[in-house]
Design a protein around this ligand. Structure first.
Ligand code: TXA
Ligand code: MG
Length: 316
């Protein structure tokens, strides 16, 4: 469903404690009423996701922060003012009332106001918080179209609100503000430079430290075929090399020889990447070669996602 009717239907399903896939500017989310543990549990079952992985709670506006966070530091206000609605998640100490099944038993909660108009309309009409991880099976590539959600989750989700392809295409930046020193737990379209400019201080990147955000497992955001990231000037040579060994290759890149073409600029590349990984991921392909992302502000986030897609993992 889409449009105004879709919004009303989505709110109804959420009020009943059901699951709705919603478009956000980053990726599609699998949403349920964050204040109903039995609804939140359904998210974990539908995704096949371990229960200790915390969920992001999506809010209609920053005004709802005090309901979900035990305290709202000045840095959170500043970042919310600058980047919400938008692709930024803030980790804050959780309010007493937030159920532990949302936070994976932690004393912190992830909060974000998304900017997609349909989902903002759902949030405003619903009024509460929506717990929503990416709407894919656990460990798989995040969905950036309604069709991706349908293929991953099928009838495990009651309603898919179709808002078209996600304009950002990779998951939100996550900033931990729960311990004073701000730290980036996941890179995204709001860059370290953006955060530092607004906060007027340096911001640590903590994505390779001890696993604080369980979504930051080494292998994540992954298709079934193996993924190998190749420097731009090495793509043709590497494809030829693999062809002689009998490995069946698909190439994601910006050149004419690519199996799936992606734009040659950071934003376009990010928007197209997950759909390209899914399109290249067919049984006839053993390995997906991905041309390294273009230079620019999104490069670090894109390299992070590609490394996770390429990390060795146990067979599924
Ligand atoms: O762009 C996004 O953030 C999308 C859309 C739907 O909003 N959501 C998303 O959710 O990517 P998910 O569940 O796939 O990834 C959320 C990440 C996970 O790595 C999780 O561990 C981390 O956020 N996270 C959530 N709450 C946390 C907390 N309290 N402390 C640390 N990490 C947290
Ligand atoms: Mg996810």
């Amino acid at each position: 469903m889409s449009g105004v009717e879709g919004v009303a239907a989505a709110v109804e399903v959420i009020r009943r404690g059901g699951l709705v896939a919603v478009p956000t500017e980053t990726v599609y989310g699998l949403a349920a009423d964050a204040s109903r543990p039995e609804a939140v549990l359904r998210i974990f079952l539908a995704k096949g996701r371990p229960a200790d992985h915390p969920l992001i709670v999506h809010l209609p506006s920053a005004e709802a922060l005090p309901r979900w966070a035990a305290s709202v530091p000045a840095s959170a206000r500043i970042l919310a003012d600058a980047f919400w609605p938008g692709p930024l998640t803030l980790i804050l100490k959780k309010a007493e009332a937030v159920d532990p099944c949302v936070t994976g038993g932690r004393d912190t909660v992830g909060l974000r106001v998304p900017s997609h108009p349909l989902t903002l309309a759902v949030l405003r009409a619903f009024g509460g918080g929506l717990a929503a991880p990416s709407a894919n099976r656990f460990g798989h590539v995040s969905p950036t179209t309604a069709e991706h959600v349908r293929r991953d989750l099928g009838d495990r989700v009651e309603l898919i609100l179709d808002g078209g392809p996600c304009p950002v295409g990779i998951e939100s930046t996550i900033v931990d503000l729960s311990e004073g020193e701000p730290a980036i737990l996941r890179l995204g379209a709001v860059t370290r430079g953006d955060l530092e400019d607004v906060l007027g201080r340096s911001v640590r990147v903590a994505i390779d430290g001890p696993v604080k955000a369980p979504g930051q497992l080494a292998s994540h955001y992954a298709p079934c075929a193996e993924v190998e990231v190749v420097a731009r000037d090495r793509v043709a040579a590497r494809a030829a090399e693999l062809a002689t060994t009998g490995v069946r290759v698909a190439l994601i890149g910006s050149g004419r020889d690519a199996t799936v073409r992606v734009p040659d600029a950071g934003e376009g590349y990010a928007r197209a990447l997950y759909a390209a990984l899914r399109e290249a991921d067919v049984p006839e392909v053993d390995r997906i070669l991905v041309e390294a992302p273009p230079r620019g502000p999104l490069e670090a986030a894109l390299i992070d996602r590609l490394n996770r897609a390429a990390a060795p993992r146990p067979p599924r």
